[in-house]
Design a binder for this molecule. Structure first.
Ligand SMILES: NC(=O)c1ccc[n+]([C@@H]2O[C@H](COP(=O)([O-])OP(=O)(O)OC[C@H]3O[C@@H](n4cnc5c(N)ncnc54)[C@H](O)[C@@H]3O)[C@@H](O)[C@H]2O)c1
Ligand SMILES: O=c1ccn([C@@H]2O[C@H](COP(=O)(O)OP(=O)(O)O[C@H]3O[C@H](CO)[C@@H](O)[C@H](O)[C@H]3O)[C@@H](O)[C@H]2O)c(=O)[nH]1
Length: 475
């Protein structure tokens, strides 16, 4: 066997998911002098990372992984081996909303964080910097420290850092190559500050120093929850205004443009939609709400809870508008959902608005056609078979048909519903689609993606979120 290269440092990432995979692949490509091992307990996920068919779709990710895999980037199920040899260990495991017990439906489930920490403590034979990469409630680092210190061998130190991740899916690689900021929180002790510097030195391989922000642990942990809460709040704010637009004849795109021109407000994250989805926003706001409630900050909790309440309201409002336009019944009608991912450029469906819409149409015994360019059939069937969504796979198979392209999905349909803003939906030949649909042919645009006036010229009846119907004011 060839002697091991003289690495400047060794990094291990526990959790080969949407965050651990891309984040540590980018560290590997930018820091060729470090050995980076990404580990997971799920052997299928690791096998996929080692194959030509990566387990997640993310533009640019393939190139990054191919450039350094098996050079200084390794994907393995050997969790213990990677822990033992590394100096810096990222904990990038999932922290979903608790499904049962205390705080059920609100609090973050920290089981995976705890098991990762116990493993580190059990097998580590030298001191480690442990980096909290997962999104966690404020003061989780304290619990991590307690678990690590109570279970480790004598003489081993663990310095815990908070280094939350701000990448968005679909743009993960560009976000990681040029982050707005990298946040590193630590205890303000000499050892904590030294650990903070060691991690900052890794990021400094490609991130300008003035974008690497350091602060205390609790500020860093809370900043992640605060950033997601503020981002989601902007979407709920514009979505609440979209209801007002539909009722008054104002156009939500015009309102967003006008208010976004104010440099204090800015134009980003003001796109009205059927609702925000994704694995983070709802989970992290509920986590924040739970934290506030636990600290007896009832008014603060209620304030943030409204962001999620409006998000649910937006989905229900959209469904009501669809059903009303379709002559108050969708039973036995063919409803074609275009898009199933929670946003474009990802195959991720977690908390996707399309799941809630499909549930409603299944409940009403509609025939639901689905097409998404990146989501697998298995994923759609699995999401829709979940308890609370349907009675199981038999019902789903009866009511749902999945298609390989938008044209076949739209054939003979009563209505198209744009659920995800995929670019390819803008480029479809709507004349051909119109001819193949039942009449009147409806399009419900939940993403303000299409040119409604062009579609109306073809003959479609078009209803767009945040824009009044032709029947109401404004036309
Ligand atoms: N998805 C995003 O865009 C995003 C962005 C920023 C932050 N986050 C946060 O990052 C964290 C991870 O999110 P994700 O989307 O990557 O989750 P994920 O579910 O895609 O990946 C987590 C992985 O951790 C593995 N795992 C769990 N426990 C383990 C253990 N003890 N040892 C080894 N592997 C273990 C799981 O098998 C899974 O593959 C969450 O806290 C999330 O809130 C996510
Ligand atoms: O103006 C907008 C912007 C987004 N969305 C929707 O909001 C959801 C979330 O989108 P986005 O934030 O772009 O994707 P995520 O991958 O969920 O990223 C968020 O959640 C991550 C996990 O914590 C953070 O790291 C990111 O900074 C944060 O943007 C999606 O359904 C979008 O369609 C809108 O409806 N209108």
């Amino acid at each position: 066997m060839a002697p091991e290269k003289n690495w400047k440092g060794k990094i291990c990432c526990i959790g080969a998911g949407y965050v651990g995979g891309p984040t540590c692949s980018v560290i590997a490509i930018k820091c060729p002098d470090y050995k980076v091992s990404i580990v997971d307990v799920n052997p299928h996920r690791i096998a996929a990372w080692n194959s030509d068919d990566l387990p997640i779709y993310e533009p640019g990710l393939d190139d990054v992984v191919k450039a350094c895999r098996n050079r200084n980037l390794f994907f393995t199920t050997d969790v213990d081996g990677a822990i033992v040899e590394s100096d810096i260990i990222f904990v990038s495991v999932n922290t979903p909303t608790k499904k049962h017990g205390l705080g059920s439906g609100m609090a973050a489930d920290l089981t995976y964080i705890e098991s990762a920490c116990r493993r580190i403590a059990q097998v580590a034979t030298s001191s480690k910097i442990v980096v909290e990469k997962s999104t966690v409630p404020c003061r989780t680092a304290e619990s991590m420290r307690a678990i690590l210190e109570a279970n480790s061998r004598n003489g081993i130190r663990f310095d815990i850092l908070s280094n939350p991740e701000f990448l968005a899916e679909g743009t993960a690689i560009t976000d990681l190559f040029g982050p707005d900021r990298v946040l590193i929180g630590s205890l303000q002790t000499p050892e904590g500050l030294a650990a903070q510097k060691a991690l900052a030195d890794v990021y400094a391989h490609w991130v300008p120093r003035d974008r690497i922000i350091t602060m205390n642990l609790w500020s860093s942990e809370l900043s992640k929850l605060a950033a997601n809460a503020l981002l989601a709040q902007r979407i709920s704010s514009i979505n609440s205004l979209s209801a007002l637009c539909e009722a008054t004849g104002a156009d939500v795109d015009e309102v967003a443009f006008a208010v976004g021109k104010d440099s204090r407000i800015g134009p980003k994250f003001l796109k009205a939609s059927v609702a925000f989805g994704g694995s983070c926003f709802q989970k992290d706001i509920l986590n924040l709400v739970y934290l506030c409630e636990s600290l007896h900050l009832k008014e603060v909790a209620e304030y943030w809870r409204q962001v999620v309440v409006i998000n649910e309201y937006q989905k229900q409002r959209f469904v009501r508008r669809i059903v009303h336009a379709l002559f108050d019944t969708v039973t036995s009608k063919k409803i074609c959902l275009l898009g199933f991912a929670f946003k474009k450029n990802t195959g991720d469906t977690r908390e996707s608005a399309a799941i809630g819409l499909a549930k409603y149409f299944m409940d009403e015994d509609a025939n639901v056609h689905i097409y998404d360019p990146k989501v697998t059939d298995e994923q759609i069937l699995m999401d829709l078979s979940e308890p609370g969504i349907s009675s199981g796979i038999e019902e789903v198979k009866k009511k749902i048909t999945i298609f390989k392209d938008a044209y076949s999905a739209a054939e003979d349909a009563d209505a198209l519903v744009i659920c995800t803003e995929w670019d390819e939906f803008k480029a479809l030949d709507y004349q051909t689609i119109y001819q193949a649909m039942k009449k009147p042919a409806f399009i419900f645009d939940g993403r303000l993606l299409l040119d409604a006036s062009e579609l109306r010229k073809i003959g479609f009846k078009v209803e767009t979120i945040g824009k009044p119907s032709p029947a109401t004011r404004g036309y």
